[in-house]
Write a protein of this length. Sequence first.
Length: 249
Amino acid sequence: MSERERERYRRQILLFGEEGQERLSEAEIFIAGAGGLGSPVAVYLAVAGVGTLTLVDSDVVDRTNLNRQILHYDRNIGEKKAASAEEKLAEVNPDVTVRAVAARIDEGNAAGLVGKADGIVDCLDNYEARYLLNRVSLGKGIPLFHGAIRGMYGQATTLIPGKTPCLSCIFPNPPPEEVFPVVGVTPGLIGMVQATEVLKFLLGKGELLAGRLFLWDGLTAQASEVCVEKNPRCPECGDGKGRRRKVKR
């Protein structure tokens, strides 16, 4: 670790030592989405010094994004979100590697995009792609850090193949598609919960949201949780499917 890094991460090193900081610097995390959730997740993992961040988003910046997607500014309207995010993250912390990809995650490219990442952060707004990343998580045997929001409500959980329910266990049927309301503080809070889960996982510290669904009600400023269990008949991880051989990274 260089003196520059020791100075940058001094307060964190007080918390988990140089060994922990080095573990972060050697880690690689895949972030699906550079929007309301992806923005705080990417920023806080970057400033924490997670060594490599792969950020994938196919959309362009729209003015309606700017109330919540803090990686993008007015000047970026019309640009690819991936390029806009990469620019800001390079300024936030030039000591981490950011691989920003302007692509739509689909059946043909999902596993390849995730590559050798140590974990997947679900910062998406549609369940079709979420279920796809759930399958990649199961196949590679790496955790999926789920987060979702609507209005002033949000949820988060950490899904660990073979140990916890998978996304399909908890949400066997997707909610109806809609243009949902959102205020920026909600994805900001849920995104920080997701980033915290990633850091705890990489450091081996604390208690993860494994088997627990965190629920946030911003209107009452109350948080609660629901215990979730594996579905033995789950088409994705039931009957031993969650323990299948890892797919090639």
